[in-house]
Design a protein around this ligand. Structure first.
Ligand SMILES: [Zn+2]
Length: 110
C-alpha cells in the first residue's frame, strides 16, 4: 500500500502575493493596502517590471486591458474571499504540488 500526502493552503494562510519578473527576477510583495491600490483599475504599476521594464500584464501590441484586468480581478477576488472566509460555512483550500514534484524547498511552513 502506498500513501500520499497532500498539501493544502487555506485562505487565511495567504497573507500576500509575490509577483516576480520572469526575465530579471525582480519581485514585488503585495498585501493589504498595497493590494487595494495596485488592483485599482487605473493603476498601471503591473503593466511593466519596475526593474527591467519588460512587459508584465500589458504586453505591447495587445489591448492594454486584457491581461491586466484578469490579474487585478483575480487579486481582488482573492482579497474578497479572504475577507468573507470567516463567515463561510465551508473551508476553501488550495491544493499544492507535492514536495517531490516541486522544486521549491523554501516553503517549509506546511
Ligand atoms: Zn524585470
Amino acid at each position: 500500500m502506498t500513501s500520499q500526502t497532500k498539501t493544502f493552503i487555506e485562505m487565511e494562510d495567504i497573507i500576500g502575493i509575490q509577483i516576480e519578473c520572469k526575465k530579471c527576477h525582480a519581485s514585488l510583495l503585495i498585501s493589504g493596502d498595497t493590494m487595494r491600490s495596485l488592483t485599482d483599475a487605473h493603476n498601471d504599476a503591473l503593466y511593466r517590471c519596475p526593474s527591467c521594464q519588460s512587459d508584465w500584464t500589458a504586453p505591447l501590441g495587445t489591448t492594454m486591458a486584457g491581461y491586466d484586468d484578469e490579474v487585478k480581478k483575480f487579486m481582488r477576488t482573492l482579497e474578497k474571499v479572504r475577507n468573507i472566509n470567516e463567515r463561510l460555512g465551508c473551508q476553501i483550500r488550495f491544493e499544492l504540488k507535492s514536495e517531490s514534484s516541486s522544486a521549491r524547498a523554501s516553503d517549509s511552513k506546511v
